[in-house]
Design a protein around this ligand. Structure first.
Ligand code: 5AD
Length: 432
């Protein structure tokens, strides 16, 4: 399976190319030297990542041809919304009307949505967000793979199961060859076109070593690489960009300064935000967001989290529920609800209707076995599969009972593709 459709270059304007997919045109940033009009390419995250021979491209396009339009059709049918229904809360309906017309929605109105708990109203909110997603981004859905290469962490975040406080955890560290091999296999054997290299904040790996891993992967394969290894500083970010990384996954966790301090002893929100801003300036695609439902968080905080994610120019929004881990100081707190996450997804879609990729996080899938389907039908359009080797992934214990922990990669892929097909989504990331 391949998580991309080949597109044909129809025009070149400096570093940007226009790519055509079955009549639809998208733009992508090009870093290849000899690209010509008429060439076939794969794009991911708005980057050209691979040039492919015409014959191969045409053969792949032929296999996609019918499915592509069938999926779009199904998606269109599933994303209809009808505001003429039995709900008689005028204020609520006016807010959704504004969302559909891209009119300005005030903070109080967003808070009203976040405070809603009525099932039929929520259903309408989710459908509205799904309609907006379909209208602007059609049925493409990113499928990224994540490799968790080390669970050592020098940070003491009080909610996190791999923080250095947790003495009950078996720690592992993949060596640099193992990381490259796992990535290589994910790309060549399983067809991933975008991968995330994640670890705790582990100083055992030097920036040079990580650069070499990235260079190694890029030399052998065509892929978009995200890093997710915590705060490595401006120089670190620069080096890894030079090596070929093009994305950064780093949540700011909460936009509330006071709450941030409580959750992250000896760390600063300002530093974290600086990292995200620097990375964006350097050209990294940003995946960021927050933890929803941590003790002390208010709906106002959640709204600010969503707005901050947009302000940070996120290419992808990542909101996951807080799940108490038994070996952390927050062990006895309550788990967040699936509606809290669905509301965050739907409001993110309303706040960033045209561009946002919104992720279904594994934490969400952990608290709700229907998370993927529900989330994708509430404004989201991205999933991430865990491609960490089975012997390691059970020790990457951010929170207990992680979803998919007992599913090997082929099974995860089969299940994902089948779900996407059922709801009319194509596992592609076509550019912008
Ligand atoms: N519950 C949910 N998510 C968690 N993370 C860490 N600990 C938990 C938890 N207990 C998330 C953080 C981090 C990501 C890698 O894992 O938000 O950004």
């Amino acid at each position: 399976m391949c998580y991309a459709i080949p597109g044909k270059i129809t025009s070149i304007d400096n570093k940007f190319v226009t790519v055509e997919y079955f009549g639809e045109k998208k733009k992508a940033y090009n870093e290849f030297d000899n690209l010509n009009i008429g060439d076939y390419i794969y794009a991911q995250g708005g980057y050209v990542i691979q040039v492919i021979p015409e014959k191969e491209a045409i053969s792949i396009l032929n296999t996609w041809k019918e499915t592509f339009f069938e999926l779009q059709d199904l998606d269109l049918r599933l994303s209809k919304v009808d505001l003429q229904n039995k709900i008689n809360d005028k204020y609520f309906l006016t807010i959704l009307d504004k969302a559909l017309e891209y009119k300005n929605i005030s903070d109080n109105e967003f808070l009203y949505l976040l405070e809603t708990n009525d099932k039929s109203k929520l259903e309408l909110l989710y459908k509205t967000a799904n309609f907006i997603r379909q209208k602007h981004l059609s049925n493409s859905c990113c499928v990224h793979g994540i490799i968790e290469f080390s669970n050592y962490c020098k940070k003491g975040c009080i909610y996190c199961g791999i923080s250095y406080h947790n003495n009950n955890l078996l720690r592992y560290r993949m060596n640099t060859d193992e990381i490259s091999e796992v990535a290589y296999k994910a790309i060549e054997e399983y067809g991933f076109k975008a991968i995330v290299l994640q670890s705790g904040e582990d100083s055992e790996y030097s920036i040079k070593q990580l650069s070499n891993v990235i260079k190694n992967i890029k030399q052998k394969s065509s892929v978009l690489i995200f890093i997710s290894i915590g705060e490595i500083g401006k120089e670190g970010l620069k080096e890894l960009y030079k090596a070929g990384a093009r994305g950064l996954l780093m949540r700011f966790e909460t936009s509330n300064q006071e709450l941030y301090k409580k959750l992250h002893p000896n760390q600063s929100l300002e530093t974290r935000l600086q990292h995200l801003e620097e990375a964006y300036k350097m050209g990294y695609l940003i995946i960021t967001g927050s933890l929803i439902g941590v003790p002390g968080q208010t709906n106002n905080d959640i709204l600010n989290d969503i707005k901050l994610t947009k302000k940070l120019n996120a290419e992808m929004y990542s909101f996951g529920p807080f799940i108490p881990h038994p070996s952390t100081p927050l062990a006895n707190n309550k788990i967040s609800s699936n509606d809290e996450i669905l509301k965050s997804i739907a409001i993110s879609r309303i706040i960033d209707p045209y561009n946002a990729k919104i992720l279904i996080t594994t934490a969400f899938e952990t608290i709700d076995s229907k998370a993927r389907e529900q989330g994708l039908l509430s404004g989201a359009n991205s999933v991430m599969l865990n491609i960490t080797p089975d012997n390691f992934k059970k020790h990457y214990s951010l929170y207990p009972n992680r979803a998919h922990i007992n599913e090997n990669i082929p099974l995860q892929i089969t299940n994902t593709i089948s779900l996407l097909k059922n709801i009319g989504r194509a596992p592609t990331d076509l550019g912008f």
